[in-house]
Design a binder for this molecule. Structure first.
Ligand SMILES: [Ca+2]
Ligand SMILES: [Ca+2]
Length: 239
């Protein structure tokens, strides 16, 4: 039993060492369409040595009602990005210059596309039965999506985003609808209503009227894991 407890302690430390949780207002969307699938409740961002993970929690079951789009705009330290648009040409912008865009859907077997900006937007990775160029199947190891109940989890490799531990990213996560011109119906960073209609342009970060978020890419949480292992050794020694 003691051993089990110690293992649980190690597991908990390893799992929570670098999680950053961002909370949003519930009910801050102009529309109730989808019954909550477009209403962000919170997000948990984590990274390990290889990947960064964005786990969004919505206010309803995105598997049961599956037409929502889940989007992440990222301004990395990599260089100047696009101050006016994004990888999907939706009316969402970050005046400080968006470098990367993760666009996802949760129907038709799920799909996610990763775009990078270098003078123009290019799709650098995709995953899903219809996520590749022209709706072809794609299974890149650099980006993936999974869903469960009220959550949408998007994972991207640090390398594909040009990130290394110590980097700070400026980002926001959004929900959107099925129309190609649909905007940021909810913004994780914005506790107030983001837009008052589907196609109203939304911008965020410095140079706009809306906030953005930051995340520090941390080294592998080896230190805390070692503390956990130390605790395990201590418990074992006491037996
Ligand atoms: Ca919300
Ligand atoms: Ca919000």
């Amino acid at each position: 039993m003691r051993k089990l407890c110690a293992v649980l302690v190690v597991g908990a430390l390893a799992a929570t060492a670098n999680a950053t949780v961002y909370n949003d207002t519930i009910g801050d969307t102009f529309t109730g369409a989808g019954g909550g699938i477009l209403d962000i409740v919170s997000a948990e961002v984590t990274n390990n040595a290889s990947n960064i993970t964005f786990k969004l929690t919505l206010n309803n079951d995105v598997v049961a009602t599956d037409w929502g789009k889940y989007l992440i705009g990222i301004d990395t330290p990599a260089g100047s990005g696009d101050p006016t648009g994004n990888g999907w040409a939706r009316p969402i912008s970050q005046p400080s210059g968006m470098n990367n865009w993760l666009g996802s859907w949760v129907d038709s077997g799920n799909g996610v596309q990763s775009f990078s900006y270098s003078g123009s937007w290019n799709m650098i990775a995709a995953n899903g039965p219809f996520a590749g160029p022209g709706g072809t199947p794609a299974s890149s190891p650099d980006v993936s999506i999974s869903t469960s109940g009220n959550t949408v989890t998007i994972v991207a490799s640090l390398a594909s985003l040009g990130l290394v531990p110590g980097n700070i990213i400026f980002f926001d996560a959004f929900t959107s609808g099925g129309g190609g011109g649909d905007s940021a119906i909810d913004s994780l960073a914005n506790p107030n209503q983001s837009v008052n209609d589907w196609g109203v342009p939304y911008s965020y970060g410095p140079g706009s009227d809306h906030p953005e978020l930051t995340y520090l890419v941390v080294p592998e949480p080896a230190t805390l894991s070692l503390i956990g292992l130390g605790a395990l050794a201590l418990i074992r020694r006491r037996r």
